[in-house]
Structure formats: C-alpha cells, structure tokens
Design a protein around this ligand. Sequence first.
Ligand SMILES: Cc1cc2nc3c(=O)[nH]c(=O)nc-3n(C[C@H](O)[C@H](O)[C@H](O)COP(=O)(O)OP(=O)(O)OC[C@H]3O[C@@H](n4cnc5c(N)ncnc54)[C@H](O)[C@@H]3O)c2cc1C
Length: 436
Amino acid sequence: MQSIVIVGGGVAGLELATRLGRQFGPFHKDRVILIDTAPTHFWKPLLHEVAAGTIDPASHTIDYARQAIDNHFTFLCGEVVHVDRARHTLTVRGRRFDDGHGGDSSHTLIGYGRLVLAYGSVTNFFGIPGAEQHCLSLDSVERAETFRKRFLNLCEAAGRRRSLHAQSAAPALDIVIVGAGPTGIELAADLRHTVDTLAHYGLSGLAAPHQVRIRIVERGPQVLPSLDAQASSLAVRKLEAMGIEICTDTAVAEVRESEVATVDGRVFPAAITVWAAGVKGPDFSTRLNVLLNRSNQVLVDGQLRSLTDPQIFALGDCSTLQNPDKTAMAPPSAQAARQQAIYLAKLLTHEKPNQLKGFQYRDYGTLVSLGRGDAVGILRRAIGSHHLRVKGTFALAMYKLTYQRHVMGHLGLWRMCANVLARWSRSKMLMPVRWH
Ligand SMILES: Cc1cc2nc3c(=O)[nH]c(=O)nc-3n(C[C@H](O)[C@H](O)[C@H](O)COP(=O)(O)OP(=O)(O)OC[C@H]3O[C@@H](n4cnc5c(N)ncnc54)[C@H](O)[C@@H]3O)c2cc1C
C-alpha cells in the first residue's frame, strides 16, 4: 500500500494525519507520513499572544512524535525542499540541532502514493516599498518572539528617554499595525494590556500606559470585515476606549525605518511597524510546477486536488479553490483549514471517492479577542438561519473554547484539562506578561 505523505503539520496537516492514522489503526503506521520543519505544533491564532508576551509558547505546543505514536502515523522532522512529480518522490532536508560543530543536514528521499500539501502561508507585503524590509510580521513563533523582544527593548529605552524629558507631552513610543483583521486587532488590544501591566509593575520605565501610542492603519472602510457593521463598530468603540487609534480608508504607500507614509500624504512615526494585512503561498510553491494563483497558492478543484496533478491534494492557507461557485471558496483561516482536513480525511478513505460531493465551506462565524476579559464576534446560523452577535465574557469564553476544542481533538479531554490546570497553576507564580 502506497503512503499518503502530508507536508506541513499545521491546523490542516495535523488534523488530517491524526484522523487518517486513527482510521487506519496501529498496524498501518507507514500509510500516513507527516513531515514538518518543526518538532512541535503550535496553533497560529495564538501568535499575537506570544508577541504581546501574554502566553509562553512552550506550554502550548503539541509534540508531533508523541502525537504520531498515539495516533498511528509516522512523523518526520525536516523541510521538504523538492518534489519530483514524475517519480513520485520528495526530498526532505533533515533537522539538525546547532551543537556548535557545524556540518550539513542530511537529505532523505521519500516516495509517495498521494501527496497532500498543507505547508501554510507567509506574510504578503503586496510589493509595498520598504514593507518587507522594515516591518515585523507574526507568521511564526520565532517572529512573534522577535516582536516581543523588540517591543520590550523599545519600552525600556522609551522609559529611559522619558525620565530625561519628563515634560514632553508626545508619546514616548509609537507602534503602527497595518491591517485591521483579527490579527491586527487582537495584537493591538493585547499590547495595550501588556503596556498597562508593565507600567503597573514598574518594569517598562514608562510611568503611564498612554505614553505608548498604538495606531491601526486599514486600507478598507471597516475594521474586522468578517464581522457585520454593528459588531465591527462595537469593536471600534472598545478599542478607542483603550486609547488605540484607528485609521480606516488609509492605504500605506511606503514603510521607512521609523515611519509609515500613507497614500493620502500622511506620515506616522513608528518605532515598530507590524504587517498584518494578508497572506500568500511561500516561494516553495513555485518549485512544485503546479498551477498557482497570483498569491502563490495551489489551485485545487472541489475535491481539493491540484488542477495539474490528481495525485496531489492541497488544503489550508497554501491552496485556493478554483470553483465557479464562489460560495465554496474558503478564506485563509483555521476554521477553513480544519473543515478541509475533515473533508479530505473522508475523501482519502472513501471506497468511491468520485461519488463524494465537493468540499463546501461553512462559515460558523468569527470571534475576536480584545484582551483580558473581553471579545466580540458573530456566530453564524446560531439559531436556525439567524446570526447571533456576542460580546464580553461570553464571547471570550467561546473564543477560548475554539482553541481548547483544537487541543482536545488531538490530545483528548483529560490531557487537555491537565494542560489547562498546569498552565493555571504556573500562572499563579509568574508575572501576567513575559518580560524577560
Ligand atoms: C497571528 C495570527 C492570528 C490568526 N488568528 C486566526 C483566528 O483568530 N481565527 C482563524 O480562523 N484563523 C486565524 N489565523 C489564520 C490561521 O492560523 C491559518 O489560516 C491556519 O493556521 C492555516 O492552517 P494551515 O494548516 O494551512 O497552515 P499552518 O497552520 O500555518 O501550518 C503550516 C505548517 O507547515 C509547515 N511547513 C511549512 N513549509 C514546510 C516545508 N517546506 N516542509 C515541511 N513543513 C513545512 C510549518 O512548519 C507549519 O507547521 C491567524 C493567523 C495568524 C498568523
């Protein structure tokens, strides 16, 4: 029996490997091979919390090797660098720990029966001058950690300057976030709380939280376009009450080392600029020799098969559906990636896959955290065909449940509860933000 090889163990890939492994059982571990560059899985929607220092990423990871043993699949840690479609093989550059002795990583050749691409996305800077060079982005744990460290250093430096020029009314530190989708909004709200906490504990050198100005710049007319207008204005009111400035209908023309210039001629000072305004497939997509859209995403049909090669499937952020029925299009979100993985697990184990209907995305709504104790969102088709607008602690509880459901799906109820308890106990001994 030829193997199903899955490239990328993110939201989509890990869900798929776990479901297939459970279905095939303990005697067919070689039928499913999952490959990821990292040894552990991290749920990307938590990255803004890593950046703001409100969670420790190490306590939110799932170990792929352990997950593979428990769910009957094979895991390989390494980066897929080449796919030979004619020979049905891929080349994996093995992971090598830096032990100070240099040396190269080994390369392994792996054969596949069917190949599933689930390697996610990278930030899309849309060719805006200076954006890639001067902006930080949050598309990996490492980048979120880089942001956190830079932010803490700048708070400390701004605090020192402030103590020398105590009279100045201008903000001591300016942060600009480009993009008012969930990532930008959640990051802004969390940063505001981090600044408050640092000031409260006397750690940043900034005497008052308002000395850090956080500004969100959005090209479109509405923040959180995935919400309706009413929920979106509620979010705006809450953010403005936190002192966060929002500039909608404002397109960025250029990003410079310490400022952001807009198309309408304004210039915003920015000690840090964060780009949270879109994704694209990584450059790796271009080496696959399959049909892509303009954002480097693999074009797939209704059964998530590449339009070029029916033995290759693609799902999650690295793909996009080529379908005349636009309602089936899925946005690059964890919700869509999970639904596609569930669909593909069914398709790949179906006796007559061609008889299975095409993938249909169902939007169950959006929940956006606004920092400690608050969230807003919309639950679609919550009561029959009616939508339910939610806010406050109820919305936050729903938001947190989404993540716990993800963890429970992989680790089971007891280990999920043990994790929550362990984190809660540890939080009783630590500062509310990671400041070192
Ligand atoms: C800061 C942030 C906040 C977000 N918030 C939300 C939210 O609130 N709600 C929501 O629905 N969505 C949210 N998203 C989007 C969501 O996280 C993604 O849509 C989702 O993770 C996509 O899943 P995926 O499996 O396609 O890719 P990913 O989860 O990105 O996984 C891709 C995996 O592929 C691996 N990989 C990449 N290249 C290779 C290679 N060459 N070889 C081997 N492995 C490789 C990577 O290591 C990674 O593990 C957010 C994203 C970010 C960045």
